[in-house]
Design a protein around this ligand. Sequence first.
Ligand SMILES: *Cc1c(COP(=O)(O)O)cnc(C)c1O
Length: 389
Amino acid sequence: MSALYQNVVRSEIAFERGEGVRLFSTDGDEYFDFAGGIAVNVVGHADPHVVAKIKEQAEKLWHVGAIFTIPEAETLAQRLVDVSFADMVFFTNSGAEALEAAIKTTRRFFYDKGEPDRYEIITLEGAFHGRTLGTIAAGGNPSYLEGFGPKAEGFVQVERGNIEALKAAINPKSAAVLLEPIQGESGINVLDLEYLRQVRALCDEHGMLLVLDEVQCGYGRTGKMFAYEWAGIVPDVMALAKGIGGGFPLGACLATKEIGSVMVPGTHGSTYGGNPLACTVGNAVLDRVLEDGFLENVTEVGNHLTWQMQQLAQKYPDLIVEIRSKGLMAGFRVTPPAGEVVAALRDAKIITIGAGDNVVRLLPPLNVTKDEIDEAVRRMDAGFKSLAG
Ligand SMILES: *Cc1c(COP(=O)(O)O)cnc(C)c1O
């Protein structure tokens, strides 16, 4: 028996090597990876540039501790500032930690303003913000909260997309709205751009912060560097992870100067966060993401993927009931249990991943080519055909 916690249902398949969109199993089978370890592998597996940079850094220095100047972290932070709304960055090792930093920054901002009772954060139904005690309270999913003691205080949840419900929830304790512009775990729920603008306006009106969780939908996934750009708005605080490290554990909390500067010495910390090795990888991934044509490819190839998914939906109307997509963040809502579809597609040598709402997510590398999409679609066709009987 495995010595690992059995907290996830694991397939027997083990992989030993990856190359771009491809994964090779220990049995010698070749798969197309359209899950990317959940939207993580933005430049695919074993990207030569990222591999070269990590090898070079691995021979020099891995870790020194946050009390020293870390040039790799300074550079990455400045580059993130240059491509976003933000002025300041705090590095973490995961998405949940980036959200914890965002929540603490938000609360501390109002504390510093002399409003310590203003700590409540409004989140949306279907949200997913991580698995720490704070982020399961923020996400509000009852099955993630069950059995773990009292739910951390200070989070209220309202119906997704309903601006009146959000208005009604605002009270003197309200500090911020926290949301994913596109909810990933709940099934690729793309929030209406007008709704996002209304939320921004409401936050401004009430002196509240807009905190975005772009852990899954950010970093080029939708064809823009950050999903908030589609709405023409900016947040005050934002959590990133997943794509930022391309597979190396790295996350970040970004904030404006006014807000980020409340996190003075002693307020927060992380042993590993922003270490030289992690930030070297982060810089190498960002080199690729900022290359000419990289984001354009996401939109172009993403449109092609959506079109191909629509063809599959027409061919298998009894299996596929809806397509949801933005760039290369896509999903089929299916009639059989999503897990059965994921298994059938895996048998057809393409890896996908389930989500809420009985959705099967497709999250390929962002540098995937049109030809690779076509090959992936052939495999998906075979998988759906096997289910159609
Ligand atoms: C994955 C995810 C998280 C949590 O990230 P971890 O690295 O697993 O802690 C938070 N928010 C969103 C939107 C995510 O997709």
